[in-house]
Design a binder for this molecule. Sequence first.
Ligand code: EPZ
Length: 433
Amino acid sequence: MDCFRIIGNGPLQGVVEINGAKNAVLPLIACGLLTDQELFLENVPLLGDVHCMIQLVRSLGMEVTRADHSLTLKTPSVTNFVASYDYVRKMRASVLVLGALLGRCGKATVSLPGGCAIGPRPVDLHIQGLEAFGVHIDLVNGYIVAHAPGGRVLGGKYTFPKVSVGGTENLLLAAVLAKGESCIENAAQEPEVSDLIECLCKMGAEIEGKGTSTLHIQGKDFLNGTRHYVLPDRLEMGTYIAAALATKGELVLKGCNGELMASYKPVLDQMGVLLREVQPSVFHIKSPGSWPGFHIQTQPFPGFPTDLQAQFMVLALFANSASSIEENLFENRFMHVAELNRMGANITVEGKTAFIPGQAHLIGAPVMATDLRASVSLVLAALAASGETIVRRVYHLDRGYEDLVGKLSRCGAQIERLTQEPGQTAPLAHQGV
Ligand code: EPZ
């Protein structure tokens, strides 16, 4: 099983190309099911999760052609209405084909995604919302068996009891071809949801309220193809900003969009981080060298993103004073804490809050990746640590970060991918020598 060997090598310096957003492109691929015309997506990141989504939609009848960072999608007709457990278990966002199949064909059988490392991740709200739109749903042997009486989603009104990105996206994908009007209240406002709405409207959908928590959709009889440029990945941007800061270096990030930093820029401002847009979509980030501790509470957009919680925890380690981070979205998203503590951090967790004392001196150690964002926080810590770190189970990283090793290496990081774990030997001091 692949792992990374990283040796702390001082400040990063160089240029990083930011790719398109993983969490935008996955629902956009599902859009290809909504029309028999061609949907052309540009700025598509080369990621494991994108590959999984492509495999799934191909199994449903979509023709997918990839050329570098673009995809051409075309679904002349849906030939299979079952999204099997084999696909869905690999990548939770597969559940988004449920809304698209219901929108296009009025029926779908989609495996329940099951939980993952960060929590049980139910889809009960997706189901409640679709039922409010007139869809009949049964749960049979671990599958969601859904059909719209009369063969077409009616549309309706649903208020999410808690914000759900995927739930909002699934309802949008079902509503755009519904017979009547739909209203989604307490909808997710993440930029990736807005990007989906933008693409759907270019396809001919009628959606009002983009960027707000209330969406009104007027169902259409059909949608057309279009071209769509996937928005930059604000989480990848945040991750490389953290990499520059953690190593007390400076980076130039290309392909950015400053507005997408809005949910975490207030924390960077508190830290005194120097972040300048030197050219359109090109940002220069320079570490201030030291920064005060900070307090974060993860919240749905426009609050601080849960997907940057682990990365900013590494920055809290090096702050001059204590910090706290409260994780409010997922039940088990502190698995990086134990691994960071193996490297010399001294983080304590009480309930949903992590307390980080700051002024840490990290020492390299063998650590294990557990989920996508926790994994990258271990890489950031290893870059800033002294000595060698082996990060195991890096397949998590391949799901969400294109060419992580290449991008970091080109900025001076000492990082390499090993196809097998080096022999585990305890430090000499522990071998009774
Ligand atoms: C999306 O997941 C993202 N994934 C996640 O990013 C992100 O962390 C999450 O939104 C929150 O921003 C993609 O977009 C592919 P939710 P999603 O539905 O849609 C609960 C990453 O690292 N909930 O907004 O699955 C749920 O358990 C990934 O890129 C229900 O209870 O998240 C969670 O506690 C990780 N019932 C909360 O809501 C439901 O039916 C938010 O989940 C649905 C969700």
